[in-house]
Design a protein around this ligand. Structure first.
Ligand code: NAI
Length: 340
């Protein structure tokens, strides 16, 4: 593949461990990447910067693509979430999280294959909260026609490109008539006017969650507003082996940041036990994005080779502890490299 500058943000907690494991696999697979290293989160704060420093944002703007480890958001007043800042500042409005059953990872269901598409810039993540009067606080849920239409169109276009044929919107428009009402109205319009051939359904989110855990095989693409997407992503991760195996992408019109769904896992940080697979899968999504958006077919070939290698690694029973195995972070990466 053509050599590319890609920003890497190792992040906090288990971030640096899983990031360096993933970089080793990518190098062994022949991904030709010139890593531009930048900081965010507690690591940036310790160096005297903001949790999301300007030079990190500028590097992503300059190079277009980033691979990001998880970042800890410091608890306390005055810190807004690293991830929320990043997604808003870069207008990374579509979060994409594929959830699929993996070979060698037995779970209750064997045939899970869903893609969660989450609106990434609005909803209750608007950060507009205030104390109305002592003892009474308020948080504002924001929905705009522009953002709701944009994510719906993105989801239907994604479904078409990936030969996926059903989109399910989970919502609570029976209670939040204006905000969630707008979200489903925009999705309905895009479906009817632009993509009538794709199956479309709406489910009230509580009943929808029950149906997901009863029979995930009936779902294909899930389209959700911000908070619901966050919660349902972890719920779906639980169907296929947990947070160690769910990758993610945050995509805008001009830039994309790839990161695992999991956080910085401070409880296991620094012990070489974290599962690097979710970030490795995110890196595969990144290579596929480069193949599709930048027309580099070789990047897609490298992505396919890595995916085959980690599927074979798992099928051979080589797993980290979160999946019931015994391998550490580095040993798992070595096992994938052996199978490339
Ligand atoms: P978490 O995802 O870090 O951890 C939840 C549980 O899953 C823990 O028991 C952890 O050990 C386990 N786990 C997570 N990733 C794992 C992996 N790769 N391998 C094995 N086990 C893994 O969620 P938590 O504890 O709620 O958040 C910790 C910090 O991470 C917080 O500061 C939070 O704000 C931040 N966070 C950052 C995210 C990001 O940067 N994208 C996303 C989610 C949380």
């Amino acid at each position: 593949m053509k050599t590319r500058d890609i920003v890497v943000i190792p992040g906090d907690g288990i971030g640096p461990e899983v990031t360096s494991a993933v970089q080793r696999v990518l190098e062994a697979a022949g991904a030709s990447i010139n890593w531009i290293s930048r900081q965010a989160g507690l690591t940036a704060l310790a160096e005297g910067s903001d949790v999301m420093p300007d030079d990190t944002i500028e590097a992503i703007q300059a190079h277009g693509v980033a691979l990001k480890g998880p970042c800890t958001t410091p608890v306390g007043k005055g810190f807004s979430s690293v991830n929320v800042q990043l997604r808003k500042k870069m207008n990374l409005y579509a979060a994409v999280r594929p959830v699929r059953s993996l070979p060698g990872v037995p779970t209750r269901y064997e045939n899970v294959d869903m893609i969660i598409i989450r609106e990434n810039t609005e909803g209750l993540y608007s950060g507009v909260e205030n104390e109305v009067t002592p003892g009474v606080v308020m948080s504002m849920k924001v929905a705009s026609e522009t953002a709701c239409t944009r994510i719906a169109r993105w989801a239907f276009r994604y479904a078409t490109r990936r030969q996926r044929n059903k989109i399910s919107v989970l919502h609570k428009a029976n209670i939040m008539k204006l905000t969630d009402g707008l979200f489903i109205r925009c999705a309905q319009q895009i479906h009817q006017r632009e993509y009538p051939n794709i199956d479309y359904q709406e489910l009230i989110i509580d009943a929808g969650c029950m149906r997901i855990v009863q029979d995930p095989s009936q779902f294909d693409i899930l389209l959700l507003e911000n908070l619901y997407g966050d919660v349902v992503s972890d719920l779906c991760a639980g169907l296929i082996g947990g947070l160690g195996v769910v990758p993610g992408a945050n995509i805008g019109d001009d830039h994309a940041v790839f990161e695992a769904v999991h956080g910085s896992a401070p409880d296991i940080a620094g012990r070489n036990v974290a599962n690097p697979l979710a970030l490795l899968m995110s890196a595969v999504m990144m290579l596929n994005y480069i193949a599709e958006e930048q027309g580099d077919a070789d990047a897609g070939t490298v992505a396919g080779n890595i995916r085959d290698a980690y599927d074979r690694t798992l099928a051979d029973g080589c797993k980290t502890r979160d999946l019931g195995g015994e391998l550490g972070t580095d040993a798992f990466a070595d096992a994938v490299i052996e199978r490339l």
